[in-house]
Design a protein around this ligand. Structure first.
Ligand SMILES: [Ca+2]
Ligand SMILES: [Ca+2]
Length: 359
């Protein structure tokens, strides 16, 4: 099937970007505090990539074994992810997260499915929204089944976690673990090209606060910007990241976005701050990124998944932004561990569903 078709992203004309950051904290949402990120164009090297750091991870800090660096947080124990009731047909109980170091992951985690078929947001953490319009389950458009979720962020929304956002999130995975993530995103017809970007799905990291770290830009993010999809990632092999200046960042443009249709994404990540990391990305079944190398901060906890809209330029670059609000839809979030196949992550065929007028 086409999902297995591999193309070399290095053969594509790649625009490069990196994050620059305003590191701010929000006291009202201590769990949700995040740094803010902007895209800044970088020059492109002959490989179509640029690493902003100069030293290799091994030069910067001695490589320690995963078993030494995987931490047991105070929340150790089984961390339950609530699951949508609308996942009939799949044996879904719980995912063991934040508990087992990578070396102890002996069983394949159960697939998490966020398909919104329960008609609500069960299974998700929902604290990053301001208003009734922010996050709502809707019946049109849907990628599969009868429901999807609609996100809306307005420029005049009150700040959430110190910026403009409407996002659903999950719990962190163990550091150095392997995960497959699928998410389908629908940009509506009137999703206008804008000179300022927004993050539409991201993986955020929890700083090692006990070592003095503060919130940093996400180690991996999917963005829309100037009519294109962009993917950016960053890493730091140092145990303590200095401010928001990690060892390296990379970014790629992966084609123009299309509106009025769903785009299916699959991210396969072997999270690592060392050279054994792996990032593979498929867009609508076609592989657009295959990158070996570091992709994470050297943290006690692994990254956590977020989807929705994070439009920080509404706050930081309001005069450059040409839209007053952003709306998009998400459906069919699926997350599996090592051994997950692309087929398992494919959204089911859409059923014929009557379309209530919900907007
Ligand atoms: Ca659905
Ligand atoms: Ca760290």
């Amino acid at each position: 099937m086409s999902f297995n078709t591999i193309t070399s992203p290095r053969q594509e004309k790649l625009a490069l970007h990196r994050y620059s950051v305003l590191n701010t904290l929000d006291q009202r949402y201590p769990e949700a505090r995040q740094s803010e990120a902007m895209w800044i164009p970088l020059k492109q090297n002959q490989d179509g990539e640029e690493v902003t750091g100069t030293s290799s991870p091994d030069e910067k800090s001695p490589v320690r074994s995963v078993t030494q660096t995987v931490a047991r947080g105070p929340e150790s124990g089984r961390s339950r992810i609530g699951l949508s009731a609308g996942i009939a047909g799949l044996v879904l109980t719980e995912m063991v997260l934040s508990t087992l170091g990578a070396s102890q992951e002996t069983t394949k985690p159960t697939l998490f499915v966020g398909d919104f078929e329960a008609g609500d947001l069960s299974g998700w953490r929902t604290n990053e929204q301001c208003c009734p319009h922010s996050i709502n389950v809707v019946q049109e458009p849907v990628r599969a089944g009868a429901n999807a979720v609609r996100f809306e962020v307005r420029q005049d929304d009150p700040n959430v976690a110190n910026s403009k956002r409407a996002e659903l999130k999950l719990e962190p995975v163990p550091a150095s673990s392997e995960r497959w993530y699928a998410v389908s995103i629908y940009l509506p017809k009137d999703y206008r090209k804008d000179p300022t970007p927004e993050i539409v799905t991201q993986w955020h990291a929890t700083p090692d606060f006990d070592k003095g770290e503060t919130w940093r830009s996400p180690p991996l993010a999917l963005l829309t910007h100037e009519g294109k999809w962009r993917i950016g990632w960053r890493w730091d092999s140092a145990r303590v990241t200095q401010g928001n200046s990690p060892e390296g960042t990379l970014g790629r443009t992966v084609g123009n976005y299309q509106t009025g249709r769903w785009t299916d994404w699959v991210f396969h990540v072997k999270w690592s701050w060392k050279e054994n990391g792996l990032l593979q990305v498929w867009k609508n079944g076609k592989q657009v990124i295959h990158h070996k190398g570091p992709n994470a901060y050297h943290d006690k906890r692994g990254p956590y998944f977020k989807t929705g809209i994070y439009k920080w330029p509404f706050k930081t670059q309001p005069k450059e932004t040409t839209v007053k609000k952003r709306i998009l839809y998400v459906d069919e979030v699926r997350i599996g561990g090592a051994g997950t196949t692309l087929d398992e992550l494919k959204p089911p065929e859409r059923k014929a569903v009557a379309t209530p007028n919900n907007r």
